[in-house]
Design a protein around this ligand. Structure first.
Ligand code: HEC
Ligand code: HEC
Ligand code: HEC
Ligand code: HEC
Ligand code: HEC
Ligand code: HEC
Ligand code: HEC
Length: 365
C-alpha cells in the first residue's frame, strides 16, 4: 500500500487538469466501512445478518448490503435517525439488539460524521460506492460524458485492476475501448447488438433475468415471426444520457408499445413472466379462442414455451374453424403458413418479415 500511494500522487497530478469534478479523497474521515465498520459488524451482527436466511432479509456482510435495499436504505449519510441507528441505539433497541448496542457509538460516527464512508482514500470520496451519494462513482463517469479514460488511467484499460489493482469487473462486465469511449455495447450486449447477452452483470445464460429470452425474440433459431423490435418492450435511448436510461437504478425498464399492445392488448411484466402481450395471445384478435395452452411465458424458462398451440389453438376454438384439423391452415391463411403448416418467414436474419404475429389476422381468399 505504501508504494502504491506514492504512485497515486503522481497519477493525481497528471489527471487533475482536465476534470469536470475533482477526484480527491478525504483522509480526515473519522470512521470508514473498510477500516472500522466491516470488522465491527462481522463480529456483532453477521451471526444473524448473513446468508440466505438473514434476519429481516438484511445482510451486513458487504458494504452495499449493509446500506440496505437500494429502494429502502437503512442508513442515509448524515442522518442520526437512520433505521440502522434506531435499531441498535441503547435507549431504543429491542431485546434482540440490546446485547449489541455497544456498537452504536461507532456506527453513529460512521453514519453521521463519516457520512457512510466506504474507505479512507487519497483518491476518492467515501461515498464512492453508495448509490444515494452524490459522489457515487457512476456520477463521476456521467460527469465525463460516460467516457472511461480517467478511470482507465488507474483501474486499467480493461478496467480489471490496472496499476491500483482494484477491478471494476468484480461488479460489472464492461467492454470499453482503449481511449475510453463508449458504444451501445460497452455495458451490455455484444458486438452484434446492445441486447443481452451479456447482461449488465456479465451473465450469458438465458436462465438469468438480465439475459432471458432476448435472443429468442431478436435472433431466434426457429423463426415464427418478423424481428421483434426493442421498442416493443423498451424505450430505447437515443444516446447513453437520454432520459429514462441511466437515471434510475436497476432493473431495466420494460415499457410495452407497438406490436406488444396491438388489438387493445394490455401487457404486464411482473419481473418473472409476461401476461396479456399481443404476441402471446392478448388483445381482441385472439380473445374468442379458448383452445390456447400457454399465454403467460416465463422470461427465463426457454423457447419451448412458444410451441404451436401455446398462444392460440391449432386451430382456434372459434366457429370459423369448426371441423378443421392441422395442417389444413394454408387453404385460408396462405400468406402465413405453408401447406405443411410451417410459418412463412422471409428476408435477412435481422430484418425478417412475416404475416404471422404482425398485428392483423390474415385470411386469404
Ligand atoms: C441475535 C440476532 C441478531 C443480531 C446479533 C443482530 N440483529 Fe439486527 N435484526 C435481527 C432480527 C430478528 C431483526 C428483525 C426484527 C427486529 O427488528 O428485531 C433485525 C432487524 C435489524 C434491522 C432492520 C432491518 C430492516 O430492513 O427492517 C437492522 C437495521 C438491524 N437489525 C441491524 C443490526 C445491526 C447493525 C446489528 C449489529 C450491531 C444487528 N442488527 C445484530 C436479529 C439480529
Ligand atoms: C488516480 C487513480 C485513480 C483514478 C483516476 C480513479 N480511481 Fe478509482 N480507485 C483508485 C484506488 C487506488 C482505489 C482503491 C482505494 C484507495 O486506496 O483509494 C479505487 C477504488 C475505486 C472504487 C471502489 C472499488 C472497491 O471495490 O474498492 C470505485 C467504485 C472506483 N475506484 C471507481 C472509479 C471511477 C468510476 C473512476 C473514474 C471516474 C476512478 N475510480 C478513477 C484509484 C483511482
Ligand atoms: C463493489 C461493486 C462495484 C465496483 C467494484 C464497481 N462498481 Fe460501478 N456500480 C456498482 C453498482 C451497485 C452500481 C449501480 C447499479 C444500479 O443501477 O443498480 C454501479 C454503477 C456503475 C455505472 C452506471 C452504469 C451501470 O452499469 O450501472 C458505471 C458507469 C460504473 N458503475 C462504473 C464503474 C467503474 C468504472 C468501476 C471501476 C473503476 C466500478 N464501476 C466499480 C457497483 C460497483
Ligand atoms: C455506461 C453503460 C451503458 C452504456 C454505454 C449503454 N447502456 Fe443501455 N443500459 C445500461 C444500464 C445500467 C441499463 C439499466 C438501466 C435501468 O435501470 O433502466 C441499461 C438499459 C438499457 C435498455 C433497457 C431499457 C432501459 O432503459 O432500462 C436499453 C434498450 C438500452 N440500455 C439500450 C442502450 C443503447 C441503445 C445504448 C447506446 C446509445 C446504451 N444502452 C448504452 C448501461 C449502459
Ligand atoms: C420481448 C421483450 C423484449 C425485447 C424485444 C427486448 N427486451 Fe430487453 N429486457 C426485457 C426484459 C423482460 C428484461 C428484464 C427486465 C427486468 O429485469 O425486470 C430486459 C432487460 C434488458 C436489459 C438489462 C439487462 C440487465 O442486466 O438487467 C437491457 C440492457 C436490455 N433489456 C436491452 C435490450 C435491447 C438493446 C433490446 C433490442 C435490441 C431489447 N432489450 C429487446 C424484454 C425485452
Ligand atoms: C376454412 C378457412 C379456414 C381454415 C382452413 C383455417 N382458418 Fe383460421 N381463420 C379463418 C377465418 C375466416 C378467420 C377470421 C376470424 C374468425 O372468423 O374467427 C380465422 C382466424 C384465425 C386465427 C385468429 C383467431 C381467431 O380465431 O379469429 C387464428 C389463430 C387462426 N385462424 C389459426 C388457424 C390455424 C392454426 C389453422 C389450421 C389448423 C386455421 N386457422 C385454418 C378461416 C380458416
Ligand atoms: C408466440 C405466440 C404464437 C405462437 C407460438 C404461434 N402463434 Fe400463430 N398467431 C399468433 C398471433 C398473435 C396471431 C394473430 C394474428 C397475427 O398477428 O398474425 C396468430 C395467428 C395465426 C394464424 C392466422 C393467420 C394470421 O397470420 O393471422 C395461423 C394460421 C397461425 N397463427 C398458425 C400458427 C402455427 C402453425 C404455429 C406453430 C408453428 C403458431 N401459429 C404458433 C401467435 C402465435
Amino acid at each position: 500500500m505504501r508504494a502504491l500511494k506514492g504512485l497515486l500522487v503522481v497519477a493525481l497530478v497528471v489527471c487533475s487538469c482536465s476534470k469536470a469534478r475533482p477526484l480527491q479523497g478525504d483522509l480526515t474521515q473519522p470512521v470508514s466501512w473498510e477500516e472500522d465498520i466491516a470488522p465491527l459488524f462481522a463480529a456483532q451482527c453477521s451471526s444473524c445478518h448473513s446468508g440466505a436466511a438473514a434476519a429481516a432479509g438484511y445482510r451486513t456482510t458487504s458494504y452495499l448490503e449493509a446500506l440496505g435495499p437500494e429502494t429502502a436504505p437503512v442508513a442515509a449519510a448524515g442522518d442520526a435517525n437512520s433505521l440502522l441507528l434506531r435499531t441498535i441505539d441503547p435507549a431504543r433497541a429491542d431485546a434482540v439488539h440490546a446485547p449489541v448496542s455497544g456498537a452504536y457509538d461507532k456506527a453513529r460516527a460512521w453514519v453521521v460524521d463519516g457520512r457512510l464512508s466506504f474507505f479512507r482514500s487519497e483518491v476518492h470520496e467515501g461515498g464512492i460506492l453508495n448509490p444515494h451519494d452524490p459522489e457515487f462513482h457512476s456520477n463521476l463517469v456521467r460527469a465525463r460524458n460516460w467516457n472511461f479514460a480517467t478511470c482507465q488511467s488507474c483501474h486499467g484499460t480493461d478496467l480489471a485492476g490496472g496499476k491500483v489493482g482494484v477491478s471494476c469487473q468484480e461488479c460489472h462486465a464492461f467492454q470499453i475501448s482503449a481511449d475510453g469511449t463508449t458504444t451501445c455495447s460497452s455495458c451490455h450486449g455484444s458486438p452484434q447488438s446492445p441486447a443481452p447477452p451479456r447482461d449488465l452483470s456479465g451473465n450469458l445464460n438465458s436462465s438469468t433475468r438480465g439475459v432471458g429470452a432476448h435472443q429468442a425474440h431478436l435472433f431466434g433459431r426457429t423463426f415464427i415471426s418478423g424481428t421483434i423490435a426493442c421498442t416493443a418492450c423498451h424505450q430505447v435511448p437515443a444516446a447513453v444520457d437520454s432520459p429514462g436510461h441511466l437515471d434510475h437504478p436497476k432493473p431495466a425498464t420494460v415499457n410495452f408499445t407497438g406490436l406488444a399492445v396491438a388489438a387493445g392488448a394490455t401487457p404486464v411484466w411482473n419481473g418473472t413472466s409476461c401476461s396479456n402481450t399481443y404476441c402471446h395471445g392478448g388483445g381482441t384478435n385472439l380473445a374468442n379462442d379458448t383452445a390456447f395452452r400457454l399465454r403467460t411465458p416465463v422470461w427465463t424458462a426457454g423457447t419451448s414455451q412458444a410451441f404451436c398451440g401455446s398462444c392460440h389453438g391449432i386451430p382456434p376454438s372459434t366457429p370459423a374453424h369448426a371441423g378443421i384439423a392441422f395442417p389444413d391452415c394454408a387453404r385460408c391463411h396462405a400468406s402465413t403458413v405453408s401447406p405443411n403448416g410451417t410459418i412463412l418467414v422471409s428476408g435477412p436474419p435481422n430484418a425478417r418479415t412475416s404475416a404471422h404475429i404482425n398485428g392483423a389476422i390474415d385470411v386469404t381468399p
